[in-house]
Design a protein around this ligand. Structure first.
Ligand code: PEP
Length: 246
């Protein structure tokens, strides 16, 4: 049985003073029934780690280098993230794929680098609206996952978290329906079972316009093991309400 996780993705938002108020509210939340994590911009990792230490919420990052160390200007390695107390790192977010031309195999290499550095990669996959309308959703997701599996192999695949994030639902205010989510999460679970002995232990998150108002129904769908939360993760009471719905 997969464990539940709710991860917040702050994206490129924040400022020291604003973060302090948000992190204080999160740290004061008390016990949460599921694992929860906030993936913050690199410069705020130390601040988040300090504020959240001893609380129910863990710290994560939004990207990681595929390289271990060396002459890679601007890159941040998995070992560096681990030193700042990160446990989770998002890889292959659609914004990185679209705006920074990350391809499926690079996403696989980043997931491998994260595992190599002792982190848990949250590997994002998802279709565009055009792909969904062309009936290609499951095929696109299997292709994205196949590339990751080719790099990782079956044993390592059992140690990642997957996140289904339809591109058209991210930041749009329009989440996928419970039927759409159920169909894709079922297809991802079936794909995992073809490749990995620990298939049923891999957490599959849903992300895309999750809010307090729709979290419980999305999290009740079969094979949905929590969520990856963007906009709502910037408001403490919304993020905590979503964590409590999982
Ligand atoms: C995301 O950025 O991963 C995301 C799911 O964003 P939002 O919740 O704002 O749609």
């Amino acid at each position: 049985m997969a464990s539940k996780l709710v991860a917040g993705n702050w994206k490129m938002n924040g400022a020291l003073a604003d973060n302090a108020a948000l992190l204080r509210a999160l740290a004061g939340a008390g016990d949460l029934a599921v694992a929860c994590s906030v993936c913050v911009p690199y410069p705020y990792l130390a601040q988040a780690h300090d504020c959240l230490q001893g609380s129910a919420i863990m710290t994560g990052a939004q990207d990681v280098s595929e390289y271990v160390a060396g002459a890679y200007t601007g890159e941040v390695s998995a070992a560096m993230l681990a030193e700042f107390g990160c446990l989770h790192v998002i890889v292959g977010h659609s914004e990185r794929r679209t705006l920074f031309a990350e391809d499926d195999r690079q996403v696989g290499r980043k997931a491998a680098a994260a595992l190599g550095g002792g982190l848990i990669p949250i590997v994002c996959v998802g279709e565009t609206l055009a792909q969904r309308e062309a009936g290609e959703t499951v095929e696109v997701i299997r292709r994205q996952l196949d590339a990751v599996a080719e790099v990782l192999g079956g044993e390592a695949l059992g140690r990642v978290v997957l996140a289904y994030e339809p591109v058209w639902a991210i930041g749009s205010g329009r989440s996928a329906s419970t039927e759409q989510v159920g169909e894709v999460h079922g297809a991802i679970r079936a794909w995992l079972r073809e490749r990995c002995a620990q298939a049923d232990a891999v957490s599959i998150l849903y992300g895309g316009s999750v809010k307090p108002a729709n979290a419980a129904e999305l999290f009740a769908v079969a094979d949905v093991d929590g969520g990856l939360i963007g906009g709502a993760a910037l408001v403490a009471e919304d993020f905590l309400a979503i964590c409590r719905a999982a």
